[in-house]
Ligand binder design. Sequence first.
Ligand SMILES: C[S@@+](CC[C@H](N)C(=O)[O-])C[C@H]1O[C@@H](n2cnc3c(N)ncnc32)[C@H](O)[C@@H]1O
Length: 167
Amino acid sequence: MIDELLLPVGPDAGRLINILVKSKKVPTILELGTSYGYSGIWLAEAARATGGRLITMELSEAKSKYAREMSQKAGLADFVDFRVGDAVKLIGELSVPIDFVLVDLWKDLYVPCLEAFYPKPFGLSAAKRIATGSNNSHASVMRTGMIGTTTSLMSPRAARTSFNRAS
Ligand SMILES: C[S@@+](CC[C@H](N)C(=O)[O-])C[C@H]1O[C@@H](n2cnc3c(N)ncnc32)[C@H](O)[C@@H]1O
């Protein structure tokens, strides 16, 4: 079952997001799709190094609990705020500006998550490669430009502009 798979970003993307976050001063980082905490370790280490913090959102309570335990083992739990629920809804409840977003949940949620941000600003986004698909959501997301490399980056303005073009 897909829900039990790890589906982590992998070491190359992990290193990349770690470096990108470290280019920011005291960043508030948002991760959409905690899963079992692999990418969160890279982000939390960057949060610790920069004096920032990570907010990570996950639908599954069990996965979030496991990820929290792993972050405790890694000595990084103090830098992470684990939130359980539907990220689309939780984004709307955010009260702090976000400096970096890792979008890594199910692909049909990428566009709804971007929409949930609007008109709130965010600093920089990284989205995991999106597989080609035939449904409209995938097609829209592909047209946003968030595809092509393992991780692609967009400014909030570019993301929104591309989204408008796609819809
Ligand atoms: C590809 S995995 C994330 C992998 C993780 N970022 C890593 O690299 O270790 C996607 C995750 O998104 C979660 N997810 C799916 N829909 C969600 C939603 N509406 N809100 C929050 N999380 C969701 C899934 O439960 C799954 O754990």
